[in-house]
Write a protein that binds this ligand. Sequence first.
Ligand SMILES: CC(C)(COP(=O)(O)OP(=O)(O)OC[C@H]1O[C@@H](n2cnc3c(N)ncnc32)[C@H](O)[C@@H]1OP(=O)(O)O)[C@@H](O)C(=O)NCCC(=O)NCCS
Length: 188
Amino acid sequence: MVARLGYHSVGIYELPLDPPPALVEARLPLTFRFLEPSELDQYCVHCPEVSRDEAASFLADGNRCYAGWLDDQLVSTGWIRRGPATIDSLGITLELAEDEAYVHNAFTGSEHRGYRALPALGTRLANAMAEDGCRFEIALVARDNLSGVRNAEHIGHVKTDVLAEFAVGPVHVPLARPKARVARFTRA
Ligand SMILES: CC(C)(COP(=O)(O)OP(=O)(O)OC[C@H]1O[C@@H](n2cnc3c(N)ncnc32)[C@H](O)[C@@H]1OP(=O)(O)O)[C@@H](O)C(=O)NCCC(=O)NCCS
C-alpha cells in the first residue's frame, strides 16, 4: 500500500526469459512444484502475511502459487499471474501482454531463511515460465522494501524503471513517470 505522506517510489523490475536465468541451488534439499488449490490451508499456515481470503482471491484471479518443499513441509512460495491481464498494485496499473507474467508475494518461512530457498524457487519458476512460452517476468517493488529488492536481484531481475511521487494529503506530485509497460498511474 502506498502511504499518503512524503516521497514514495516503486521500482519496476524485469527478468527476460530468453534465455531464462541460470538455476540457483538452495542449501536445503528442496523439491518444487505448483501448489494445488486443495493445499491453500497449508499455504496460509506457512505464510501468515497473506490472509486466506486474499490467497483465495489470487487463485480466483488466475494466479498460481509456485512452492518449494522440504519433504512435506512448505519452505518457500511465490505467486505468478500470466497475461493478458491488468494488475493493480502499489498504486500502479500494469497491463501485461500475453507473453508477460507478474510475480509477487515471495515468502520463505522464518526458520528456513538464508538458505537461498527463494532464489532457487524463483529461478526454477522463471525456467518453467520460459518453457511455457513466456518472455518476461515483471515485479513491482517499493523502494523501502529492502528484502524485496534484494530478492528480485538474487533471481536476476533488473530495475528498468521507477515511478516516484511526492504526496501531501490528497495532492500527489509525480516526480518520475514510467517509460515502458506501465499503462496508467493510479493514485493510492
Ligand atoms: C525476502 C525473502 C523471501 C528471502 O527468502 P530466502 O529464502 O531467505 O532468501 P535468501 O536465502 O537468498 O536470503 C535473503 C537474505 O537474507 C539473509 N539471511 C540469512 N539468514 C537469514 C535469516 N535467518 N533470516 C532472514 N534473513 C536471513 C541472507 O543472507 C540474504 O542476504 P543477502 O541478500 O545479503 O544475500 C524472505 O526473507 C521473506 O520471506 N521475507 C518476508 C517477505 C518479503 O519481504 N518478501 C519479499 C517481498 S515480495
